[in-house]
Design a protein around this ligand. Sequence first.
Ligand code: AVJ
Length: 345
Amino acid sequence: MKPASPLDVRLFDDVPILCAPFPPQIHVEALEDPAERNASLLAGLLQPRACISPKHLYDAQGCTLYGAICQLDEYYPTRTEAAIFARHRHEIADLLPRHCQWVDLGCGDGAKAFDWLEHVAAARYVGVDIAEDWLRDTLERGAKRFPDAEFVGIVTDFTRPLSLAHVLDAVDDYTPVMFYPGSSIGNFEPDEALALLRAMRRHLGRDGRLLIGVDAPKEPARLEAAYDDALGVTAAFNRNVLRHINRTLGTDFEPAAFAHRAVFDRERSRIEMHLVALYPQTVTLGHAQRRFEAGEFIVTEHSYKYAPERFVELLSQAGFGRIDRFSDERGWFNVFLAAPAGALE
Ligand code: AVJ
């Protein structure tokens, strides 16, 4: 008789621990209609001051390049935030509800969130991202690593009104923790950021919490280097948006005809990423054409930097009460843990 192989054990033994992980559910939410998406892209490109929404930076290539950016010497936010999380892990975890549902906003590969799950004994992980393929992959990896938690994914885009209640309320005994790391909030104009924070606040009920990472203003040279690195990875990330829209919109941008530029606008406290035309050129945009003179540019991203007082003010305006702040020694980056107003007073 041949000895049982590990496969036999898996197939014939009914020990539940050997069962496949809970199959992750993915809800596809309010995905922008492609016609609408293309129309707004086109409208942005035809404006006197041409712009492309930063959400278009994250196609498969863009996600890979962004992953590389996070490892650059010059790009301090990811590393600084990770150090703050690691240093204050237990202190923060003690302030969070147990058996929560961990709502990972813009989850990407989920790595930042997965480091929290065991510390908070999360009962459910809700990954929210615009990139559906990545989301599936993230949920599958998470479900393997945390077999006791339920894994759910929502494909949506934060430029639309955030409405996750039908998913979060499906289990009314899990308190939500909204996790929005990486200073992604900085991509929104301040009034949009306020609206998004308000929407998050509405999802929290009384006991939910928001854990959010926010980059701070600092010397322009440091900021500009973080967005214009010596290896040219951020330049590639920026130019890649032209390849992406050539494919999806059928335009004929020549990525090499545009230079990457990152400038810090002190007054508005934001980094602006530009693609600057190196020479005069005409680009075909569907049925329209757009001329770019040498030096004319497309704005591809704003990344706002908030002083801690300013962000606390924004959180208060959004309906948060008690706010704990965690930072690094240099005060380069801040993590805020915010409770709905009235919850703890
Ligand atoms: C993903 C929006 C947080 O603004 O720092 C990195 C994107 N752009 N380098 C940021 C980005 C250029 C990043 N966020």
